[in-house]
Design a protein around this ligand. Structure first.
Ligand code: PLP
Length: 425
């Protein structure tokens, strides 16, 4: 195969994410994106089933976002948010609060999801410290959760099945319990909170679906249980909607389906429609008020260099325009219906344990671990970009994908999985 010269020269110098560089095969070389297509240097084109780690909710290269970025580029790509403000950041903050409702009132911008979770945890702890409750410094997370790759957020990921087990001894010792899905789990959580609740600053959960931990879905009632327990023990509740926010679960935000409200929410992945890095930590009024003081040490001491980047905020504002003017939530519902039907035949396959769909997320869980590299290669050979992890093959397409491409993605998953048998490895 003819490699472009930038590949030959540059590949020996790149360090790729989540990859054993010695054994990983050279990845497809992308030269262009459009809609739900990823075009490769060798002329092939892949139908995208992942929307670039769940970000490209409007498909790639939406002209409205591209125009907004271009206009902003001419005017001002970036200015520091330390001591200065600008229209794009303030407008976005206002719009996010209005969209979130639920008394969400103050937005702190960062540049990645992990950092927005770091800020949420910092806010939650300092909320208590500022009120003299210095013992409230623990955070309760949940099994199969994923909240990021930085040291603070690694401590919140599933300690057993997560990717960060090697670092356990140097991480803050937070606790991860099973989500209160059945009666036993709920009783265990109640008992644990009875013993440890007074040490807790906050609980953090990915509402409705735990993404990177295996596309594990739960009933909205679980969130109501968490809210009730949080209130009972006076603990803050953080919803990490980095994956679920912006239509992915069928509503603009997942928490709307449970009719419960968090105290702090984190947003990122689809915030700029998959174009530029940006994240937000949004707090309710009472959180902010705990920082409102004549004492300078009560201020939130955080400030990423590129926070509130004007290009990224312009992209996010344009993305919100599209949610207002184009039928994204209806499209998410249509994807949901289509996936329910088209992935159903997978449940007949010997290697499949479970098929589940929520909003524009379809997941096929395998009953055993498989050769992921081989599986990924088969998907590429079939002209699709599907990137299973662990024993989960999933689709999180752009919300604008057409019915034909979506059907092809689903039937490709079926056909590829049909080549696997059920033998234990
Ligand atoms: C992706 C993700 C993060 C981390 O975001 P990064 O931008 O990769 O740092 C945190 N929480 C959830 C739920 C995510 O899906």
């Amino acid at each position: 195969m003819n490699e472009p010269s930038w590949m030959t020269a540059g590949y020996p110098h790149i360090w790729l994410p989540y990859a054993q560089m010695k054994t990983v095969s050279a990845p497809p070389q992308v030269v262009r994106t459009r809609g739900s297509r990823i075009e490769l240097a060798d002329g092939r084109s892949l139908i995208d089933g992942v929307a670039s780690w769940w970000t490209a909710c409007h498909g790639y290269n939406h002209p409205h976002i591209a125009d907004a970025i271009r206009i902003q580029l001419e005017q001002m790509p970036h200015v520091m948010l330390g001591g200065l403000v600008h229209e794009q950041a303030l407008t976005l903050a206002h719009r996010l609060c209005k969209l979130l409702g639920a008394g969400m009132e103050r937005v702190f911008f960062t540049e990645s999801g992990s950092v927005s979770v770091e800020v949420a945890v910092k806010m939650a702890m300092q909320y208590w410290f500022n009120q003299g409750e210095v013992q409230r410094k623990q955070v309760l997370a949940f099994r199969h959760g994923y909240h990021g790759d930085t040291f603070g957020t690694m401590a919140l990921c599933d300690p057993e099945v997560g990717m960060h087990a090697a670092f356990r001894s140097v991480l803050p010792g937070h606790t991860a319990l099973p989500l209160p899905i059945d009666e036993d789990e709920t009783a265990a959580l109640r008992a644990w909170l009875q013993a440890h609740g007074s040490q807790l600053a906050a609980m953090i959960v990915e509402p409705l679906v735990q993404g990177a931990g295996g596309m594990r879905m739960h009933d909205p009632a679980v969130l109501r249980t968490l809210r009730q327990l949080a209130d009972q023990h006076g603990i803050l509740l953080i919803f990490d909607e980095i994956f679920t926010g912006f239509g992915r679960t069928g509503s603009m935000f997942a928490f709307e389906q449970a009719d419960v409200q968090p105290d702090i929410i984190t947003l990122s992945k689809a915030l700029t429609g998959g174009t530029l890095p940006l994240a937000a930590t949004v707090a309710k009024r009472h959180i902010f008020e705990a920082f409102w003081s004549d004492d300078p040490s009560h201020a939130l001491m955080h400030g990423p260099t590129f926070m509130g980047n004007a290009l990224a905020c312009a992209a996010a504002n344009a993305s919100l325009d599209l949610f207002e003017h184009e039928p994204r939530l209806r499209q998410a519902q249509e994807i949901s219906n289509a996936l329910r039907e088209s992935l159903a035949p997978c449940s007949e396959l010997p290697v499949v344990r479970d098929v589940r769909v929520l909003g524009a997320i379809g997941a096929v869980e395998l009953s055993r671990s498989v050769d992921l590299a081989a599986l990924r290669r088969q998907f590429i050979d079939a002209g699709t970009w599907i990137r299973p992890f662990g024993n989960v093959v999933y689709l999180t397409p752009s919300l604008t994908i057409n019915a034909q491409d979506l059907a092809y993605l689903a039937s490709t998953i079926h056909d590829v999985l049909a080549t696997l048998d059920a033998r234990d490895c």
